[in-house]
Design a protein around this ligand. Structure first.
Ligand SMILES: CC(C)(COP(=O)(O)OP(=O)(O)OC[C@H]1O[C@@H](n2cnc3c(N)ncnc32)[C@H](O)[C@@H]1OP(=O)(O)O)[C@@H](O)C(=O)NCCC(=O)NCCS
Length: 245
């Protein structure tokens, strides 16, 4: 029997959403599409200094309308991926799996004993945009060339963004999420062959997650960034993951 175009995602019977389940002992954790109802949890996480001091993009202070705007945008991307996979199911009856440029799932949730789900965080994979390069023209040239590469091109450089609710830090969850996401979705369904990530140089935890997941430190780069929270960043670590062949 041919595989579903959503392989290896499963479907939640209640919500109809595709999801990726982590392997044991983290099999109570799933990665699903975002939901507009995640807004209060996102506001709470983005207002937590244990998270926002490590993140470059989010507004500060983080307001409910910021979460609505963010969710509307990321939901449009995951909906697009779901639509592409649905269409491919109809157009490719032989079942040969297509590649997609985005993931239909990205929101990390913990299934509670009563079956309800707790919002835990986010993992996203996008084409690399070289945030550590301060020369705007050079940055733009690198990003444009990378964005133009055709899906499946092994030279495409991809990048991860991630965060986890502070209540769940230090339990091995993000390491399991990153490893599962690379193995089960990024490599087989997006054609990812190389990933470049940047962490603030004092973000020991994030660097360790990536190293545990097969990333190798390339360099530490001096930067001069002022986050929306007012914190100044003076150095970033650059790490790479490459597929074994
Ligand atoms: C960084 C982050 C994703 C780590 O997630 P996590 O689930 O707590 O990480 P894990 O439990 O999988 O930890 C993996 C390793 O990192 C180590 N680690 C995690 N947080 C650490 C910290 N703050 N300081 C030192 N080591 C840390 C763990 O001890 C573990 O190493 P070990 O297996 O050798 O003991 C999480 O702390 C987070 O969301 N931080 C805020 C947002 C952020 O930094 N995002 C990444 C931006 S680049």
């Amino acid at each position: 029997m041919s595989k579903s175009q959503f392989h290896p995602l499963q479907f939640d019977e209640k919500t109809g959403e595709p999801y990726l389940r982590l392997p044991a002992p983290y099999d109570n954790i799933v990665i699903t599409p975002p939901r507009m109802s995640d807004a209060p949890a996102i506001v709470s996480n983005m207002s937590d200094p244990r998270l926002y001091v490590w993140l470059e993009g989010p507004p500060h202070p983080y307001l409910p309308q910021d979460a609505d705007y963010w969710l509307t945008n990321i939901k449009a991307e995951t909906d697009l991926a779901i639509e592409k996979l649905r269409r491919a199911s109809v157009e490719k009856p032989d079942g040969s799996l297509i590649l997609v440029n985005e993931s239909p799932v990205r929101t990390i949730r913990e299934i509670q004993e009563d079956g309800s789900e707790l919002f835990l965080g986010d993992i996203t994979i996008v084409r690399e945009r070289w945030p550590d390069v301060e020369d705007q023209e050079a940055k733009q040239a690198l990003a444009n060339a990378n964005a133009k590469r055709e899906l499946g091109d092994p030279e495409i450089v991809w990048c991860f963004g991630d965060y986890l609710a502070a209540s769940h830090h230090g339990k091995g969850i993000m390491s399991a999420v990153v490893q599962t996401f690379i193995r089960d979705w990024a490599v087989p369904r997006m054609g990812v062959r190389q990933l470049r990530v940047e962490t603030f140089a004092d973000n020991v935890g994030s660097r360790r997650v990536f190293e545990k997941s097969g990333f190798v430190h390339e360099k530490t780069v001096s930067v001069n960034k002022v986050l929306n929270s007012g914190r100044t960043i003076t150095a970033m670590d650059v790490l790479w993951w490459k597929a074994s062949q």
